[in-house]
Write a protein that binds this ligand. Structure first.
Ligand code: LMR
Length: 397
């Protein structure tokens, strides 16, 4: 059978890392996949993670299966990170969480959950969005639509167009919002704009699905949750897909959470029962290790303080790289204005480079960025690679 198959296209993001690994240029630069690098260009294991692993190694008694929804302690702590323990959503017990294999796992379970329980709903994605979003939902036979997000320059939120577009979405459909650090643009709504987004979502009776993969990478753990806490209103439903890949540096451990918020505690338990059916028929139950690390760090005051410090270090380094990139580009290509990079948030920015320029960067300079919009992973820039990177970009402009 396989003889008759044609090659599938490479993945828009991870396919570039495959190409990067094959590139023999010793000065190659990978700014495609969203992975944090420290000043020396390596993706570090956080100190709090190492310490939590040391403790787990001593204390863990069993490698037996977890429940379908994962470690209960992990679920509780993941919810508390979203809302804080005294929030109405948590005290009323109308939120339930499942430990999932990464944020992508959470999205896929959410997609499957919607397929089973809201079969007529479409999913509305921002234009642009993470290249894998439409594929994940389409893989679960979900109809995917798009709402406006950025203006023609690709560097600013077109908020009026976004609101108008959200106002056209039929009641009962699902709108996917990026909780913070919009991927791929790095452009987030302001707190006031989030209020207006929340108004439209509720007036039109849409179900918000918040992809929350970068908490702590934008303005801080609490500030990054402002949009999400604004959209989740009293008694209203929501779905949240969180990832701990970036903020704990646990990329390869695949740890995320799917949080379902219902109108009541009883409805939340019913929703959980359906999500568990989706999990059981996909991967049965989640892997333990990553979730156990996150729970161990968040539950321990000393490790949590260490985590917050390390997360702040990553956030500050990314911001410093945004400033350095802007300054260096000013010298290398004075006629081009890259100041927008300094206002954007999180790992990514749209550079505005077109597909021909992106190809030239890859083929002539061994610099890898994502083709659509010329998305750059700012977190992969270092003081060492900045000059070479900006020289290469200036030469293709
Ligand atoms: C990205 O957008 O680069 C990350 O979310 C990693 C991925 O899986 O694509």
């Amino acid at each position: 059978m396989f003889e008759t198959f044609e090659m599938a296209p490479p993945d828009a993001i991870l396919g570039l890392t495959e190409a990067f690994k094959k590139d023999t240029n010793p000065d190659k630069i990978n700014l495609s996949v969203g992975v944090y690098k420290d000043a020396s260009g390596t993706t570090p294991i956080l100190r709090c993670v190492k310490e939590a692993e040391r403790r787990l190694l001593d204390q863990q008694q069993s490698k037996g299966y977890l429940g379908i929804d994962g470690l209960p302690e992990f679920g509780r702590l993941a919810r508390e990170l979203l809302f804080n323990a005294d929030h109405e959503v948590l005290t009323s017990e109308r939120a339930v969480s499942l430990q999932t294999p990464g944020g992508t796992g959470a999205l896929r379970v959410a997609a499957d959950f919607l397929k089973r329980n809201a079969p007529d709903s479409s999913i509305w994605l921002s234009k642009p969005t993470w290249a894998n979003h439409p594929k994940v939902f389409e893989a679960a036979d979900r109809r995917v639509e798009a709402y406006q997000y950025i203006d023609a320059s690709g560097t600013t939120l077109d908020f009026q167009a976004m609101l108008e577009s959200l106002n056209q979405i039929p009641a009962g459909d699902v709108v996917l919002l990026h909780g913070c650090c919009h991927n791929p643009t790095g452009i987030d709504p302001t707190p006031e704009q989030w209020q207006q987004i929340a108004d439209v979502v509720h007036e039109r009776k849409l179900l918000p699905l918040i992809d929350f993969a970068y908490q702590g990478f934008g303005k801080g753990i609490e500030n990054d949750a402002v949009g999400l806490r604004t959209v989740v209103r009293l008694g209203a439903e929501a779905i949240i897909c969180s990832s701990f890949s970036k903020n704990f540096g646990l990329y390869s451990e695949r740890v995320g959470a799917l949080t379902l918020i219902a109108g009541t505690a009883a409805a939340a338990q019913v929703a959980l029962s359906h999500a568990k059916v989706s999990v059981r028929t996909n991967y049965s139950n989640p892997p333990q290790h990553g979730g156990a690390i996150v729970a161990a760090v968040l539950a321990d005051a000393e490790l949590r303080a260490m985590w917050e410090e390390e997360l702040a270090e990553m956030r500050k380094r990314i911001h410093a790289m945004r400033m350095l990139f802007f300054e260096t580009m000013k010298q290398k290509a004075p006629r081009h204005d890259f100041s927008f990079i300094t206002n954007q948030c999180g790992m990514f920015s749209f550079s505005g480079l077109n597909p021909v320029q992106v190809d030239e960067l890859k083929n002539n300079h061994s610099v890898y960025i994502v083709t659509a919009g010329g998305r750059i992973n700012v977190a992969g820039m270092t003081e060492q690679n900045m000059d070479r990177l900006c020289t290469a970009i200036a030469s293709v402009l």
